[in-house]
Design a protein around this ligand. Sequence first.
Ligand code: PLO
Length: 518
Amino acid sequence: MDWVLCLYLSVSFFIGLIILTLNLKFRKSMHGLQELPCLPSLPFIGSLLSLISEHQPHVLFKKLQEKYGPIYSLMMGSNRLIIVNQYSHAKEVLLKKGKIFAGRPRTVTTDVLTRDGKDIAFGDYSATWKFHRKIVHGALHMFGHGSALIEKIICTQADLLCSIMQEKAASEQSADFSPELMCVVTNVICSLCFNSTYSVGDPEFESMLQYSQGIVDTVAKDSLVDIFPWLQAFPNADLRLLKQCVSVRDKLLQKKYEEHKAEYSDNLQRDLIDALLRAKRHAENNNTPEMSSESLGLSDDHILMTVGDIFGAGVETTMTVLKWAIIYLIHNPEVQKRIQEEMDRKLGKERHPLLSDRGSLPYLEATIREVLRIRPVSPLLIPHVALQDTSIENFKVRKGTRVIVNLWSLHHDENEWKDPELFDPGRFLNSEGTGLINPSSSYMPFGAGIRVCLGEALAKMELFIFLSWILQRFTLSSPPGQPPPLLEGRFGVVLQPAKYRVTVIPRSSWMTNEYQAC
Ligand code: PLO
């Protein structure tokens, strides 16, 4: 038996040795790493005093680079936060180590919005999250990319928007087009999610306008209650407003969901809710434990929150980019003129732009890219969390640390962009102005990696159709005697522009006959 004992001891010795070496290696790997430069921090309040500033967070974080370098850390209450301001570090976080940094922090306001993270955007990385994302991706793909249906839906809404603009133009009134923009963008998403549409003035639509603004004003802004969760115990007007708005939204979503459940049939797939319901039924009929609906989290709550996400993301983001695009077009009439000339030349004057025209209108595409660069919808993206001890470059990052990718810094980096504050669509064109180029990799308006925006393709289609239809028929300007709209945004979960009014002038060259369905 001696040889058995001998073998046992030597195997144990070798296994022990391997474990020890691996362990040492890991410790060494964290050991050789440096600590990040950190903003001064006091017990309990963290770095709050250094963050008091006249600047908005994305601008302040960019400015702080001058003192602390492109990557630094700070304390928000008791949470450590890393701010990434440079493309190489952003690439490491989002792409190279995407899975390690795929977590999301739990905060009071996002928990209220998403029933404790049961959605895709704010939900933590898990099997449920991956499964949901896969289904939604599939469903969007089915109704979206390259499908004639989505093109028809967007063109119908673009036509509606142009008719409203035509009326305003006829009465020579300037207008704030926010409700109309919101209506058409909502209708695209409504068609995808619920197979229904609204008109401006519809009471359900009006309540949507209100609750959505209420949510944007109060959620995920790193408000004090998110930094110090115990503040919930005290009266808090913002949190009360958020809860009210979320409850109105949830009632509406619930109603649509119940209607769909009642009408559900296996061979009917009209919209996204049908697709989610079908996936749920499929999982329920599948008996293997790892595929059951409970283990994959396809609860009614998850489905509702997922639809809420797509709805909120689809409406607020696209509408915000359209508003910024109009602002920059008003500020740069020569850009409008060049887009219009390009369209007149390539499409003629008798037909509406179609998605298939995207390749032949590079200047319009370049303008859309430049708007997304200069005013990214989500300047700080949504915070990521390190799911294990790791590193960025040669800096230590401990498990649980929150990481903010400052897209604003990436898009305004002087080393990457010539005159980053200047609006210049030409930077996305080749020297002849005939084709699109990628002037810098420091550009990711939709984020990147495993949490990249799910609606990127849909957003690009909408921006192209809406802007091309508007500019083919109208020239936009500020009302006479009034200054152009403000270029400074208001930071929040999306970077919103201030309200402004627009005068629309019909282009005399544009045909006036009725819209022919595209
Ligand atoms: C917008 C207001 C809605 O009522 C709720 C909502 C849901 C999803 C959020 C969206 C809001 C804002 C923009 C977000 C989106 C998920 C992904 C997107 C944060 C709060 C971005 C830009 O990352």
